[in-house]
Write a protein that binds this ligand. Sequence first.
Ligand SMILES: Nc1nc2c(ncn2[C@@H]2O[C@H](COP(=O)(O)OP(=O)(O)OP(=O)(O)O)[C@@H](O)[C@H]2O)c(=O)[nH]1
Ligand SMILES: [Mg+2]
Length: 336
Amino acid sequence: MEKFIDVIRLSLGAGHGGKGAVSFRRESGVPFGGPNGGDGGRGGDVVLVADQSLSSFAHLYSFHEVLAKDGEPGGGNNCHGSDGEDAVIKVPVGTVLKDTADREIHDFTVNGDAFLFLKGGLGGRGNARFATSVNQAPRYAQKGLEGDRADVVLEIKLIADIGLVGFPNAGKSTFIAAITNARPKIAPYPFTTLTPNLGIYRLDGEHSLVIADIPGIIEGAHEGKGLGLEFLRHIERTRFLFYLIDCTSDTPAEDFEVLRRELAAHSEALAAKPFAIGLSKVDLLGTAEDRVLFEGDITSKFPEELKPHLVYFSSVAHVGLETIRELGWKILRGER
Ligand SMILES: Nc1nc2c(ncn2[C@@H]2O[C@H](COP(=O)(O)OP(=O)(O)OP(=O)(O)O)[C@@H](O)[C@H]2O)c(=O)[nH]1
Ligand SMILES: [Mg+2]
């Protein structure tokens, strides 16, 4: 399984400016010509660019340090040294660049956003620049300046529209596999999902929503039980939460309350997001006629104010997925 890397530290350095040259003209018949040492080139910059084709920092994992190239030194004959090549670091959309004290430097929310982070050092001036009427043959040229350096942390907050929240085994991964392009591992034991999966849910040819499948949550997760709540940051930016409850649970309404309490313990803002409650695996309730009866019974266990939020579905039998698509359109249009 590919490791999902969501936080990395990097040491970044812009290039050093190239040295200016000390050089003098040599012409036949002229024993000692004027200064003609050229300037050094600029050091390369460090630029970070948001790229929507990426979804992790896996491509950066083998680097501890990323350095732009130094500027080339100037040459004789007023030759300007070439500028050092920039270091261009691609990051997934949703990346936050921070310093090592956890202060945000830049937030990459838009594909193609290019952030010039570290400036390369200026090239040194060659001795040709220092000729004056009193010193017509300066033997002095500047060294280039150092480029900026910084240790940083890159963190990705996946930008999903919808976050799936549920106990282990509720059927979250099966759901995202049924309606999106994601192909997460699915298995009949708890904590199959250890790292978040993102899937694109196509509503039609042009419109889609991104859904995040995250690890299961259990009661006491805010105290570190199970996998804890640390991964909830992956759904902090979603507009909508889809709570998944196994419809065969004896206590579906309590299950929902436990989940909501755990979320609130992590972040009140997260728990206050718009939501729907998906009762999963309705194929286990029997035939279509049986289902109507059982679903009525399950609905009656929920308090009145939650009843309008209930959706019954089965990812395996493809039941209720049209209702979920309608819900998807409403979320897209901002009606939910
Ligand atoms: N009958 C039936 N089984 C389902 C359905 N959806 C999921 N399952 C089964 O439920 C089990 C758990 O499914 P997962 O999708 O892995 O559950 P999860 O919520 O992602 O679980 P964690 O990753 O452990 O949190 C698997 O054995 C699935 O095959 C469904 O609609 N009907
Ligand atoms: Mg899963």
